[in-house]
Design a protein around this ligand. Structure first.
Ligand code: ADP
Length: 486
C-alpha cells in the first residue's frame, strides 16, 4: 500500500489543509496550499496534500485509490482516498457525514459556522496523524506541514499516541481564527485530559485547535516577516501572543508567493494579454464597459476582498468621496459582512457612473478586475500576508495599502526618494484611518495624472518578484531541519 511513496521522486511531505486552490477556496490559505507543492518540488520535496472530501474535491479526484477505511471516525464511516486533481497529489478524507454538504467549507447556506466544525476538522487532523505515523496505508512522510487551526490538533494526537512521528510545522495564515470548542467536547474530540491546561490547548476555558499547534508543533511559521513580529504583540496576537512569545525561538515569517502561472497578465485567459503598462489600457476600457461605468478620468480603483472588519473596507467607504472628488472610480468585487455589502451597494446606487459593486465570489471576474484597474485598495487593519496587493503589482495595478503585515513587506511607498530612485511600487497608508486613506487616494490621483511618473510606478510594480523563488527555499530549509537532513 505504499504506491504513493514509490511514485515520489523527492522526499515526502504531508501537507494538511482545509482548502486548496483551485479545488476549494475561501481565501489565501487555499492559494498557498495549492502553490506550495509546485514551488517545493524543484527543491526535492514532494508534497501530498490531505484535504476533506468536500463534494467539489471528490468530483475532481482522478485515478482514485482507496488506501484505508475507518468504521467510526467522529460519528461515521470514512475512507482515505489517494488521487490527483488540478495537478496536485492529494489524499482525500471521504467522510460523508462530515463533508457531503452544500455551502462553503466552514459555513452553512445561511452563513453560520457548521456546529460540528470542531469534529469535522478534528477528523481531518486525526486522519493526518494516522498517515504521519504510517498507519493509514499511505506513504510515510518525513515532515508534516499543517495549515491553520483546522489542522491544529495533529501535534496533539501525535503526542497522545506517543509513537515515532515525523517533525511538524504549522503555518499560521491568520491568528484570528482560533478553532474553539467548548471544554465538554474534549472526550468527543478524542483528546486526553492532560491536554486541557493553560500550558496546553486550553484557551480561557475552551479548547483551541490553533493553540494545540502553537504549543506542540516543532516549528511555527507565518506568512510574512512583519506579521511574525506583530504576532508577538498584544495588539496583533489576538490572545496567542503569550504562547508565541514563549515559542519565539521556533517562529519565523516566510512571505507568501503567488502562483505566477495563474496570475500572469501575459497569458491570463481572462485578460487581453499584456506585458507593459501600455498594453494594460485595453483591459481598463473593457472593465469600465463590463462594470457599466461612465468615463473615469482619474484612477480606477479596484477591490477584490472578503468584506470583513479585518479588511478595513469601512475606511474606504468613508474615504470614497475623496476618490470621487479627485475624478476616480471604484469597482468592488466581494462578499461577507451584510452591513458592508449593503453600504457598498448603496454607494454604487448613489453614483452608478463611477462606482460599481458586485457582491459575490467570482474567480474569473477577479482576474479581469485586476487587469482593468489602475490601483487596488487594501486598507486592512491587519494582514498576515495578503495576496491581492501582489496580484496588483504583477498586473501593474498600483497597490494602496496600510502599513501592516505582508502589505508592509511587499509594497514600497511612492515617497519622493523612492520615486526618484525608481523603486516605488505603491502607496502606504498610515495610520489605518479614513483620513489617512483619503489623503493617500488624493496622492494617488496626483501620481496618476502625471503619465511619466505613473508609468514608472507601473513598470517597477510589474518587475517586482512575487513568485516563490525566495520563499520556497526558506520552507525547504525548515523541512530539512525537521527531517534531520543536514
Ligand atoms: P484572505 O485570505 O484574508 O481572504 P488574501 O488576500 O490572503 O486574504 O487572499 C484572498 C484571496 O481570495 C485572493 O486570491 C483574492 O483574489 C480572493 N478573493 C477574495 N474575495 C474574492 C471574490 N469576491 N471573488 C474572487 N476572488 C476573491
Amino acid at each position: 500500500m505504499s504506491g504513493q511513496q514509490s511514485a515520489a521522486a523527492g522526499r515526502p511531505v504531508l501537507s494538511v489543509a482545509s482548502e486548496v486552490a483551485p479545488l476549494v477556496k475561501t481565501g489565501g490559505l487555499a492559494d498557498v496550499a495549492g502553490a506550495l507543492p509546485g514551488a517545493l518540488a524543484p527543491l526535492g520535496w514532494d508534497l501530498v496534500t490531505l484535504v476533506p472530501g468536500y463534494p467539489a474535491v471528490l468530483s475532481a479526484l482522478g485515478d482514485r485509490r482507496e488506501l484505508w477505511w475507518w468504521g467510526g471516525l467522529f460519528g461515521g464511516e470514512a475512507r482515505l482516498l489517494a488521487g490527483r486533481a488540478a495537478e496536485l497529489e492529494l489524499l482525500v478524507l471521504d467522510a460523508p457525514h462530515l463533508y457531503a454538504r452544500g455551502g462553503g467549507p466552514y459555513l452553512d447556506a445561511s452563513g453560520r459556522d457548521w456546529p460540528d466544525n470542531p469534529e469535522r476538522f478534528a477528523a481531518l487532523s486525526w486522519a493526518a496523524a494516522e498517515v504521519a505515523m504510517g498507519r493509514a496505508g499511505a506513504f510515510r512522510p518525513e515532515v508534516v506541514h499543517l495549515h491553520d487551526w483546522q489542522a491544529g490538533l495533529v501535534p496533539a494526537y501525535l503526542r497522545a499516541a506517543g509513537a515515532t512521528r515525523p517533525g511538524t510545522l504549522v503555518t499560521i495564515h491568520n491568528v484570528a481564527f482560533h478553532g474553539l470548542a467548548p471544554a465538554e467536547r474534549l472526550a468527543a474530540l478524542q483528546l486526553p485530559g492532560w491536554t486541557f491546561t493553560p500550558e496546553g490547548l486550553e484557551f480561557w476555558g475552551r479548547i483551541s485547535a490553533l493553540k494545540a499547534a502553537l504549543v506542540w508543533a516543532d516549528r511555527i511559521t507565518t506568512v510574512s516577516p512583519t506579521y511574525a513580529r506583530e504576532l508577538l504583540t498584544p495588539e496583533f496576537g489576538m490572545g496567542m501572543d503569550g504562547i508565541l512569545r514563549a515559542r519565539a525561538g521556533v517562529l519565523s515569517g516566510i512571505l507568501n508567493g503567488i502562483d505566477t502561472r495563474l496570475w500572469n497578465p501575459a497569458a491570463d485567459p481572462e485578460v487581453l494579454p499584456y506585458t507593459t503598462p501600455r498594453g494594460k489600457a485595453a483591459n481598463r476600457v473593457r472593465l469600465i464597459a463590463e462594470a457599466e461605468l461612465g468615463r473615469i478620468e482619474g484612477p480606477l480603483c479596484v477591490v477584490v476582498s472578503r468584506l470583513s472588519e479585518q479588511k478595513g473596507l469601512d475606511l474606504l467607504l468613508a474615504a470614497l468621496p475623496r476618490l470621487l472628488a479627485a475624478g476616480g472610480g471604484l469597482v468592488l468585487l466581494g462578499s461577507g459582512d451584510a452591513r458592508l455589502e449593503a453600504a457598498f451597494r448603496a454607494a454604487a446606487a448613489a453614483d452608478p457612473a463611477r462606482v460599481a459593486v458586485r457582491i459575490g465570489y467570482d474567480e474569473a471576474l477577479a482576474h479581469r478586475v485586476f487587469a482593468g484597474g489602475d490601483a487596488v485598495i487594501v486598507p486592512s487593519r491587519f494582514e498576515p500576508c495578503g495576496l491581492t496587493q501582489m496580484y496588483g503589482l504583477r498586473y501593474g495595478t498600483i497597490p494602496v495599502v496600510t502599513r501592516t503585515g505582508g502589505l508592509a513587506d511587499t509594497v514600497i511607498d511612492a515617497n519622493e526618494a523612492a520615486l526618484r530612485a525608481g523603486v516605488a511600487t505603491g502607496l502606504m497608508v498610515h495610520p489605518p484611518t479614513a483620513e489617512a486613506l483619503g489623503a493617500a487616494l488624493g496622492r494617488l490621483a496626483a501620481l496618476h495624472a502625471d503619465r511619466a511618473v505613473w508609468g514608472r510606478l507601473q513598470r517597477a510594480a510589474m518587475k517586482a518578484d512575487m513568485g516563490w523563488s525566495a520563499s520556497a527555499p526558506a520552507y525547504a530549509a525548515i523541512y530539512r531541519d525537521l527531517a534531520g537532513v543536514g
